[in-house]
Design a protein around this ligand. Sequence first.
Ligand SMILES: *Cc1c(COP(=O)(O)O)cnc(C)c1O
Length: 474
Amino acid sequence: MNDPAMYLSTRGGIEPVSFRDAVLMGLATDGGLLLPSAIPDATPKLDAWRQLPYAQLAAEVMALFVGDSIPRTALDELTARSYATFRDPEVTPTVQVGPVHILELFHGPTLAFKDVALQFLGNLFEHILEQTGATLNILGATSGDTGSAAIAGVRGKDRINVFIMHPHGRTSAVQERQMTTVLDANVHNIAIDGTFDDGQRVLKEIFNDISFKTEFHLGAVNSVNWARILAQTVYYFHTAFRVCERTGAPAIQACVPTGNFGDVFAGYIACQMGAPIRRLILATNENDILARFFNTGVYRQGEVRPTTSPAMDIQIASNFERYLYYRTGSAPEQVRTLMNQFQREGELRIDGCEEGIVAGVGTHEQTADIIRTYHKQHGYLLDPHTAVGVTVAERFLLNDIPTVCLATAHPAKFGQTIADIVKEDVAHHALIDGLMDLPTRCEFLPAEKSAVQTFMRQTLKRCDLEPRVCKAIS
Ligand SMILES: *Cc1c(COP(=O)(O)O)cnc(C)c1O
């Protein structure tokens, strides 16, 4: 089996499934993650792809992994619609700032890079549901950014309801407002009385309630969904083409600030496909499990410490298992053994080294310094996540190969953090500034499985029986 449009589990326990089933499945049923059974070689296509506008390039790249699941005309239409919501004609423009090129991934509806994947995933879900006549109820728990991007991806869609739990009072005011000001009838925000971990626990408990899960057609949008990774591979090609053309260089290197290893894994796939990328630079904040792994071969869990780049405050990277699969030479038995060992001992070890990835840590002080420097010297505001990347990238600059740093959020999303650092209230965006005046809708619930299930049951019953009333309530 080596068809990029048929999907296997990293743990080897499922029969190959189509792209469509892989998207709906999310996590593989054997507990592993889904991967295409082969990575297609894109090198013969690079010249034809070089000049394509973003949405067309996206359709070309994705077509290789989609197979018969989606007809080509539908795929073209899906990518066109998904990227029309971005405010820049280039969708993900790359600008030169000082010694690096900044790939701005934050021009989507919620001003964070997660929109690139979730705008597409929302439309993809809708397309698949229209074909099958089914409905889907998405349930998620968020600490901030994923929730708003997921909501923006599915708001107003007929066959989809979305329920997002956030920890009451523990996200930033901006993050909370980006979710609760969305009043579409199919969007249901839940403020949980508890922490993010409480939300995660409730989420797990509900997904483990198989009869509830089946009855209510529950689906997930977390970062393990293959379609999210796939959508992210596109901008690696896009920026490599643009920057090579601009500089005359044969290739780029790309620096990725990372938490769950999703974004950097997409870059890894782009490299394997033959994108002109010399190497990847992985950057973490002080939650450095991944940086430690790439520098020592030991993957060991640490305590999660809060930083100014909260979307990267992660010590178990949910996509790491996908990388492990390739690193072990596509050996699912070995992945199983390693993951079991990690589960038992909180640690796993791999010999040898990875040629294609270097890694480093941006500390709190270094990140603050680089935000000040880029602001003062280049008149460019880096959000704290992007700044972690730029900090690390500056240690790995090359003479002949341009360095592209992925900018994962608009600075205005973390405006207060930036104001504290540069001692000036400078990071603004009309979408963020306007949020505080908008009406909101949110359900406040205890962090209990039964309370959330009751709310879902009542809400869905109301929508089912009286769709118009449900719409009017918004
Ligand atoms: C989610 C997120 C990240 C981390 O991305 P991963 O795919 O989890 O590595 C970095 N920056 C921002 C702003 C994010 O929202």
